[in-house]
Design a protein around this ligand. Structure first.
Ligand SMILES: *[C@@H]1O[C@H](CO)[C@@H](O)[C@H](O)[C@H]1NC(C)=O
Ligand SMILES: *[C@@H]1O[C@H](CO)[C@@H](O)[C@H](O)[C@H]1NC(C)=O
Ligand SMILES: *[C@@H]1O[C@H](CO)[C@@H](O)[C@H](O)[C@H]1NC(C)=O
Length: 528
């Protein structure tokens, strides 16, 4: 006790003297207009503020009452850009389940470029760009799923700011552009490809095509287009790919225990589950419902992008029918529109609410099962709290998240397009019937939690590492600067192939000449 008190007063002084916790100006950008992307990065923003840094957040999502040391600048037109007109058609989340992987990869690039076009018209971005000329940020942390365009504008304006590209999105291989990571098409399915980890030959051929297509698309489409947009604002800006020199490391939503194993670059810091906080008490209405559920409760939520009210009457009827056939369980359904709009009356054992404190509910001892769209954050929270899953993957990495869990025996997968009420009932009974799912899930939960420090502490430590060593780019791989053709040794393979073909052609010529000689020799000797 004594020792702790002494440390509490002495330690901060020591740290300040050692220059460890000097207040720095940190710029965060959360530009992807999707609440889950913002929610993932927010704990780190607040933690850096709590550690006494001056945190500026340029974001599509903003808080009305930010904590001390954190101030927001609103990217006010990002959500409207995403949900209006052409983007809206592209982003019909339930149709996306039908899109081909190559189309999805193209959509990812288009999405970042459309948002960049919005950014250069955004008052929020211009407010930041108009900061005093000598204003300096010591660190720039940004969700790199928005592509290279918007971050390049910021790095051009705030020259030489050390950059930590970060993302809640799955897969080390998506960091290929920013860290030079390798994608291993024979080992891991591309992030948008719905295939199991043990791919068949045909699947590996397809996967090779998707990985290669993605690299080429970045090079011939995404970067040139990004350059064009940046130069509307700054005609003298260098090409966008040159800003990768500012990358010091990347905070990635990765934890090998709970996803496909992939080799990682040394400057990829795995902080999977960064967003998971200790559970808070439930609001009164929910607390009453879940505590009175005698046989436990089941949480149903399709996340923040694919809203339940866009499911259509057919699917909604199927879901409610299934819930009614399982009267022993209490259901909680995150559903965004009001009950009067539902095609059938809500069964007695179903509680509907527009918003659910998902993490707090998953932490509740009475929960039995989580029915989810299998987004990565939801999957991690379920595993952290040891709750078995039924997944309705809708698009992108949701397929790989659920495929991994199914293979690990902690989840079942259903199709949002084709499922029937009785199928859902059967699946719930199967998962809750024996102990197998919940035991395997509890085991994975233990492994996921067994870490030297929390992912948030790790992320904050590495941010301060960059603040202490702003110029250190020794962790960066040279692969960032190599073209994909050299990086994967395609030039060497071409050369080797060339040598083999040349040797074969020469040997064939030699053999056929020798054969001709021999044959004509034989002819001659016969004639004599
Ligand atoms: C804000 O930063 C200051 C130092 O700049 C620090 O002393 C204070 O604790 C921080 N406030 C909060 C609420 O974390
Ligand atoms: C702290 O950040 C805010 C918001 O970006 C900025 O207006 C302010 O000048 C910064 N303070 C210091 C001391 O740099
Ligand atoms: C998007 O649509 C809303 C309402 O329909 C409109 O007010 C807004 O100006 C539109 N935004 C853009 C960027 O087109």
């Amino acid at each position: 006790m004594r020792y702790q008190q002494v440390m509490q007063t002495v330690l901060p002084v020591v740290l300040v003297l050692a220059g460890v916790s000097q207040a720095a100006n940190i710029l965060f950008m959360s530009g992807v207009p999707s609440p889950s992307h913002y929610i993932w990065l927010r704990p780190l923003m607040y933690e850096m503020g709590r550690r006494g840094h001056n945190v500026t957040v340029l974001s599509a999502d903003v808080e009305k009452k930010p904590p001390t040391n954190v101030s927001y600048i609103h990217l006010e037109n990002f959500y409207s850009t995403m949900y209006n007109t052409t983007m809206k058609q592209k982003l019909d989340f339930f149709n996306m389940a039908n899109e081909s992987p190559s189309k999805m990869l193209q959509l990812f690039d288009e999405f970042g470029l459309d948002l960049c076009e919005a950014a250069i018209k955004s008052e929020g971005l211009h407010f930041l760009l108009n900061y005093p000329k000598d204003f300096k940020f010591d660190l720039f942390v940004s969700d790199f799923m928005i592509g290279p365009c918007v971050p390049s504008i910021i790095m051009h304006r705030f020259k030489d700011v050390p950059y930590i590209p970060s993302t809640p999105y799955n897969a080390p291989s998506t960091a290929a552009t920013v860290l030079g990571s390798y994608a291993y098409p024979g080992l891991v399915p591309n992030h948008v490809f719905d295939a199991p980890e043990s791919m068949s030959f045909v699947q590996r051929v397809k996967n090779f095509y998707f990985d290669t297509y993605e690299m080429i698309l970045h090079e011939v489409y995404m970067h040139p287009e990004a350059d064009r947009i940046v130069r509307k604002l700054y005609p003298d800006a260098p090409p966008t790919h040159t800003f990768y020199k500012n990358v010091r490391l990347s905070l990635s939503n990765v934890n090998p225990i709970i996803q496909y194993k992939e080799p990682m670059m040394p400057n990829m810091i795995p902080v999977g589950g960064l967003q998971i906080m200790p559970a808070k008490p439930l609001p009164d209405d929910l607390r009453k419902v879940v505590e009175s559920a005698k046989n436990g409760f089941i949480l149903f939520s399709l996340g923040s992008n694919a809203r339940s009210d866009t499911l259509g009457p057919e699917r909604i009827r199927n879901i409610l029918t299934a819930m009614e056939q399982l009267p022993q369980y209490q259901f909680l359904w995150k559903f965004e529109s009001d009950e009067s709009k539902l095609p059938v009356p809500v069964p007695k054992n179903v509680y509907i609410r527009a918003w659910m404190p998902q993490n707090d509910l998953l932490a509740h001892p009475n929960i039995k099962l989580f029915i989810t769209h299998s987004g990565l954050l939801s999957t991690q929270e379920a595993i952290w709290h040891g709750v078995p899953i039924i997944g309705f993957p809708v698009f992108a990495d949701q397929f790989r998240n659920i495929n991994y869990c199914v293979e690990a025996g902690i989840a079942k997968r259903l199709s949002i397009q084709h499922f029937q009420a009785n199928e859902l009932v059967r699946t719930v009974r199967e998962v809750l019937g024996g102990d197998s799912y919940s035991q395997k899930m509890k085991q994975m939960s233990r492994l996921f939690r067994d870490q030297p420090e929390t992912p948030l502490e790790r992320a904050a430590w590495w941010c301060e590492w960059v603040l202490r060593n702003p110029d250190a780019n020794l962790l960066q791989s040279r692969a960032v600067y190599m073209s994909w053709f050299q990086k994967y040794s395609y030039d060497v393979l071409m050369f080797v192939l060339g040598v083999i073909v040349t040797v074969l052609v020469i040997s064939w010529k030699v053999v056929s000449i020798a054969k001709d000689r021999l044959l004509s020799g034989v002819h001659k000797s016969k004639q004599e």
